[in-house]
Each structure stands twice: as structure tokens, then as C-alpha cells.
Write a protein that binds this ligand. Structure first.
Ligand SMILES: [Zn+2]
Length: 263
């Protein structure tokens, strides 16, 4: 009953809030990493984007006006992560806030000695626990093309959001029952330790060295690589690739692998 009702509601939303073809096509051309997706996947992605934009506000702040194209560009990248997952991973927050540039978060925290600290480093993006995702538009735009940027801000912040679904971001999102938490932790921590050692040795890693910051950042950065440069991740950390493929229920390296094209 509930399923039939929710499917009916979804169909209504898909009709009412459909994205016009020119707008959709323009957004897709700004995101070259989508080129490996099949037609069927692109159709499903478009539906997820419509549902996402119906459920969430993408709102400008500090003088930034969000255009329809910007909304769709942001929503596509957010929905790539949940293409094969339940949208419930994004329950618990209502808005994506878009600033005209980098921003100082302004949050403060108190250490064990009772001293209040404040972080004044400007950020390009932030995912707040139980709160909005905040993005700097110029940084979204600059990281839309993986080939030139080597990073993807939107995927990064939404990976944090998925991670936070089970509490603080710690690099382990809530896994489905069919997946093993110890196997996840073993694969991720072995790769994390290896990556930190490589960064400490001064190696010029292809994966953004920011991943060495913490297990939570490692998960977010490797999720970017998983979607936007999957062959790189499968080559460097196959065990992590396998865990992410099981979790996201996608095999983007298989799509991107030229040797698999003739199959
Ligand atoms: Zn991060």
C-alpha cells in the first residue's frame, strides 16, 4: 500500500517537475565524467535529479543567485552517488546553500581545557551533520571537469553526507546487511595507512593528498575518484574499489574500461 502510494507520488513529481531537454543536455555537457554512463543509467539519473530537486532547496546566499542550470549541475553530481541507492540516504536535511565564493564557516569548538577555538580557514564546501550542504559556486564550476581539476567538490561533500547518515563522518557509512563492516574497515584502513605513508614520503600522488587528512576525508576523496576516475582507483586500491562498488552498487570502472567495450 505504502509502496504503491509512494510510487504514485513519485510519478506525479516526475511529471510535474520534469527538466526540459535543453537544460538537461546543457548540464550534462558540463560534466564530462558522465560520458561513460549508459542511456539507461542517464534516464534513471535524470529521474533521481527531478526527485532530488523536488525534495531539496538549492538556494543562493550572500548575494549569489542560483540559476536553473546551476541547480541541475549540482543535483546531477549529488545524485550520481545515490543512482542505485535509496534517496533516504539524503533524508535529514533540506537545503543546499550556494555561496558566490569560498566562505569562512564560523563554527567554534571548545577543547578539553575549555579553550574556545575558531576555524578561520576559508572553505570551498562543507557538509554539516543534520544540516545543509554548503558549496562555493566557482569551486563547483571549477571541479565539474575532472580532467582539468582532479577533484569533484559536489561528490566530495555528498559523500560526507552519506557517511554522516550513521553519525559523525568517520569513513564508514551505514552499510547494507549484505556487506561486512570488518571487511570494509580492513580494506579502507589498509589503503588509508598506505596512502598516508606515500604522502609522508613526499610522493606526488595522483589521488588528492587531502585524502590523508582523516578516514572521513579518505572516504570522501576516494568516492570522487570512484565516480570520476574509476580506472585510477581500481588500479591503485582494488580492495577499496570493490568495497565502494558493493556499497554504491555501481561498477564505473567496468563502464570506463576500453578493453571491456567489445563485450
Ligand atoms: Zn571533506
Amino acid at each position: 500500500m505504502f509502496d504503491a502510494l509512494s510510487r504514485w507520488r513519485q510519478r506525479k513529481v516526475l511529471e510535474r517537475a520534469a527538466i526540459p531537454d535543453p537544460l538537461w543536455n546543457e548540464a550534462v555537457t558540463r560534466l564530462p565524467f558522465l560520458a561513460i554512463y549508459t542511456n539507461g543509467e542517464m534516464v534513471r539519473l535524470r529521474e533521481k535529479v527531478v526527485l532530488f530537486l523536488d525534495a531539496k532547496g538549492v538556494v543562493g546566499a550572500r548575494g549569489h543567485d542560483v540559476t536553473p542550470l546551476q541547480r541541475v549541475i549540482i543535483a546531477i553530481q549529488a545524485c550520481v552517488l545515490v543512482l542505485e541507492l535509496d534517496m533516504a540516504y539524503y533524508d535529514g536535511f533540506e537545503n543546499v546553500i550556494v555561496y558566490p565564493g569560498e566562505f569562512v564557516p564560523g563554527w567554534e569548538w571548545e577543547d578539553e581545557a575549555g579553550v574556545v577555538h575558531r576555524n578561520d580557514d576559508p572553505l570551498a564546501g562543507e557538509a554539516m551533520p543534520r544540516g545543509p550542504v554548503v558549496l562555493s559556486w566557482p569551486d563547483v564550476e571549477a571541479s565539474a571537469d575532472w580532467e582539468s581539476a582532479g577533484m569533484n567538490l559536489v561528490i566530495h561533500e555528498f559523500a560526507h553526507k552519506i557517511d554522516m547518515k550513521s553519525g559523525d563522518a568517520n569513513g564508514c557509512p551505514p552499510l547494507p546487511a549484505a556487506m561486512s563492516v570488518p571487511a570494509w574497515e580492513q580494506a579502507l584502513s589498509a589503503a588509508y595507512n598506505d596512502f598516508c605513508a606515500r604522502v609522508d614520503d613526499g610522493e606526488d600522488t595522483e589521488i588528492d593528498p587531502y585524502a590523508a587528512e582523516s578516514p572521513a576525508e579518505f572516504f570522501a576523496v576516494l568516492s570522487e575518484v570512484f565516480f570520476a576516475d574509476p580506472l585510477l582507483l581500481r588500479h591503485e586500491y582494488p580492495d577499496v574499489y570493490a568495497q565502494l562498488a558493493a556499497f554504491y552498487r555501481q561498477d564505473p570502472a567496468d563502464r570506463a574500461d576500453p578493453s571491456a567495450a567489445t563485450r
